[in-house]
Write a protein that binds this ligand. Structure first.
Ligand SMILES: Cc1cc2nc3c(=O)[nH]c(=O)nc-3n(C[C@H](O)[C@H](O)[C@H](O)COP(=O)(O)OP(=O)(O)OC[C@H]3O[C@@H](n4cnc5c(N)ncnc54)[C@H](O)[C@@H]3O)c2cc1C
Length: 459
């Protein structure tokens, strides 16, 4: 296994990673990359064992609904890079079993890859979302054939791919990118049915980064995003050679969606659990600021917080239902129920705006205008800030200001904006969640109830 320092050293491998147009050779010089790199390094140190042959202990698949429930605190504790690595490896395990009969040639490769990835203790990110061009056209109908990642050349020892994967979380910080088709492909689209592992430093790979990390700002004014941020990347594949041992699907259009579907099994649990935690955190912030403002007993404030509690609790109930109704794959791995997970995720995303509106309504304008913590360092200003930000002997100005900064950082600044969009788009957007929910909902039963209410025969 790697230590945190060995992980950091391993990133100096000639990769082409860019930040605001600059090629970054040493991540420690760029805070938007250095901070998440350090968080990932802590994740390495946390699970490190010097025992020969030791493997990361968290990369295990749940074997029962109870295992699933126990996995949640583990997932919430993990750094994001380890989390997506976990999901990538689980995805390969499940996808392998699903294509075992019809495309057996890939199975020994996938198994060898998983074993080596675990032995080498590498981090793997998930690359599904293509540029996609015109959304109403399929990959083969696009004006630019590279709108979806595709094979442009086949050789005896591998293939050459071209295209880009967009919005990829933490891609710059991992060792490999797991590239898989974003959706079903049809006959004639064989070149787009490609799943493979691509080393981040492979010739032809270029990775841009965006981040909400508050570079150059006082971290005390950004208590959440200064400590945990993840860059999102466009991963460009400019004719990248992929050796055969890294190819897990090539041309089998009927299996194109298997990898993305398998990933869905694993990514939902963590995503939904995070959303549930986030809802409780918003309730907590609303209660803290109401108490600090002296409004916690005023009826309209209490009602808003009650509504927030009800929403947060319903999300938790949805997560519980998803676990209680867990299903097993043929290999005996347990995953949360599709319908309950999608409903919970949808509600979490849709209601996030209402939660934030209540929080801002309760908190007041200092969400945006609370003085910087460095103003408190100024000897002239501090007494005034203490005096005017305090709401009484039990609530110091500094204490109340810190709550405002946490609220602004989480909901009203760059990180807050990132949350808002990510909640809606993650897992394929609200449309995808509506689709899955309708597919699994018992509409026949609903219609029977309606017929009965209307006094009509049900068939
Ligand atoms: C911060 C962040 C991190 C992300 N991390 C990752 C990651 O690590 N890996 C990864 O692979 N992806 C990642 N994603 C991508 C995410 O899954 C996509 O943003 C999402 O699937 C939507 O795709 P899109 O952004 O291309 O939007 P679009 O596909 O353009 O969707 C925009 C809207 O158009 C609708 N739409 C588009 N096409 C159709 C159609 N044919 N029919 C009906 N409606 C349609 C969608 O439903 C949606 O409402 C991330 C996204 C964000 C914001």
């Amino acid at each position: 296994m790697l230590t945190g320092q060995q992980y950091k050293d391993s990133l100096q491998d000639g990769r082409k990673v860019y930040f605001e147009g600059r090629l970054i050779e040493d991540f420690s010089t760029e805070p938007g990359l250095a901070v998440p790199m350090n968080v990932a390094a802590e994740g390495y140190d946390k699970y490190f064992s010097a025992e020969p042959g030791a493997l990361n202990p968290v990369i295990t698949a749940p074997r029962s609904a109870e295992d699933l429930r126990e996995k949640i605190p583990e997932l919430l504790e993990m750094d994001l890079l380890l989390n997506v690595t976990y999901q990538s490896i689980m995805t390969l395990i499940v996808a392998a079993s699903r294509i075992a009969t019809s495309a057996p040639q890939f199975i020994p490769r996938i198994e060898a890859y998983i074993e080596k990835a675990r032995r080498d203790d590498i981090r793997i990110t998930e690359c599904i979302t293509d540029a996609k061009g015109n959304r109403s056209k399929s990959p083969s109908q696009q004006d630019d054939p590279d709108a979806y990642v595709r094979v442009v050349e086949r050789r005896e020892d591998g293939v050459v791919i071209r295209g880009a994967k967009l919005h990829i979380s933490a891609a710059a910080l991992g060792h490999h990118m797991m590239v898989m088709p974003t959706k079903t492909m049809k006959p004639g689209e064989e070149d787009y049915a490609i799943a493979c592992a691509v080393p981040v430093n492979a010739p032809g790979v270029h990775i841009t980064n965006t981040t909400y990390h508050p570079t150059d700002r006082d971290p005390r004014d950004f208590p959440v995003s200064s400590e945990k941020s993840v860059p999102d990347s466009m991963c460009i594949f400019d004719d990248v050679f992929i050796p055969n041992e890294h190819i897990f699907l090539d041309g089998q259009v009927e299996h194109a969606a298997v990898f993305a579907h398998s990933l869905g099994l694993w990514e939902r649990l963590g995503g939904t659990a995070f959303m549930v935690e986030q809802a409780d955190e918003l309730v907590g912030l609303a209660q803290l600021i109401a108490e600090a403002n002296g409004t916690q007993k005023i009826s309209h404030v209490r009602e808003k917080i009650d509504e927030m509690i009800i929403h947060a609790t319903l999300l938790r109930a949805g997560l519980e239902a998803a676990i209680m109704h867990a299903h097993a794959t043929p290999e005996g791995f347990y995953y949360p129920d599709d319908m309950y997970t999608n409903v919970t995720k949808y509600q979490g995303a849709v209601q996030f705006g209402t939660m934030v509106r209540h929080l801002h309504d309760i908190a007041g304008g200092a969400v945006l205008t609370a003085p910087s913590m460095s103003d408190f360092d100024n000897e002239t200003l501090r007494p005034f800030l203490e005096k005017y930000m305090s709401t009484g002997d039990e609530v110091s100005g500094e204490y109340r200001t810190k709550i405002f900064h946490a609220i602004r950082d989480t909901t009203a600044d760059a990180y807050g904006g990132w949350h808002l969009v990510t909640n809606i788009q993650s897992g394929g957007g609200l449309f995808a969640q509506r689709l899955v929910t309708r597919r699994h909902y018992d509409m026949d039963r609903a219609k029977r109830l309606a017929f009965r209410a209307a006094g009509l025969p049900s068939s």
